[in-house]
Design a protein around this ligand. Sequence first.
Ligand code: FES
Ligand SMILES: [Fe+2]
Length: 338
Amino acid sequence: MTSAPALPRRCTFASHDWSVLARCWHPVAIASEITPDRPHAAQLLDQDLVLYRSDAGVTVAADLCVHRGAPLSMGTMCDGHVTCAYHGYRYDGTGRCRLIPAHPGGPIPSKLTLRVFKSVERYGLIWVQLDASEERPLPEFPEFGAPGFQVFHVPPLDWAASAGRQVESFCDVAHFAFVHPVTFAAKDPVVPRYDVAPTPAGVHAEFVSQVGNISDPSAASQVWRRVYDLHLPFTAHLTVHFPHGGRFAILNASCAVSARKTRVFAVIAREFDHDQPIAEAIAFQQRVYGEDQRIVERQNPEDLPIDLDEEVHVRADRTSVEYRRQLAKLGLGREFTA
Ligand code: FES
Ligand SMILES: [Fe+2]
């Protein structure tokens, strides 16, 4: 099924780091966007992908027809087969060619088989492992499908930034008062002491604070608890425990499109506000993410420095320090992008 992974053309990652990242799971699309009507293009770690849905489910393959190299995402779907726009060859859900229109009924060379990657549908997303030589667990999202939670997806967000910088910003607790003063932050920028620990998947952090302007004034306590679970390399799960007892969870699952481009998939599960229109909740998340994007797209260097000597860290940065340590342990180099 999966051939030895070759570095993509025009790869923007250092080759060793690309190999490390290729062994991990990454999200590449919202599952409901992959319909039987048309193939879908995506990109992960500079690898062009085509996704298509047949009776066998969703297939993820290199976006390249092995006949003459046309992108299959330019093609169409015919009878559950992805059909090339150039000479009309048709490929089934396993990637095997089933029809050469120029020679119907004739032999089909076995080499006419697409490079198919290991994929799975989970949390309404399609996840891909470009190098499936090792079994790896997917991130956990316990609120997804749990009783009492309403779930929805924010449309994919495209950032001109590295995935490491994006994920680190998602877990940064010291920027709220400066980047999100209107949307949700308290005015007080002080970061109380908080706990951070490594886990088998990445990093666990628990942060308790007052968060001002959307706290419920009728609640007995104005204390918010934010629990972060980072799953290497680029997924972070956050549960916010609101003062009134309700929980709000986000899976921030980032697709490293290239070393400089990131597509963020945000899946939301909320235990309250079920009568609030989902479009309103999505607009709020887009606004908050936009506030982060403005900063992160301008960070320099664009890569997340893995070497802790390269930037300055204070106590408030404990989560990002541990995140960088864990990325180094995963095998990424001092600079994990080119
Ligand atoms: S290039 Fe795809 S059918 Fe010829
Ligand atoms: Fe933020």
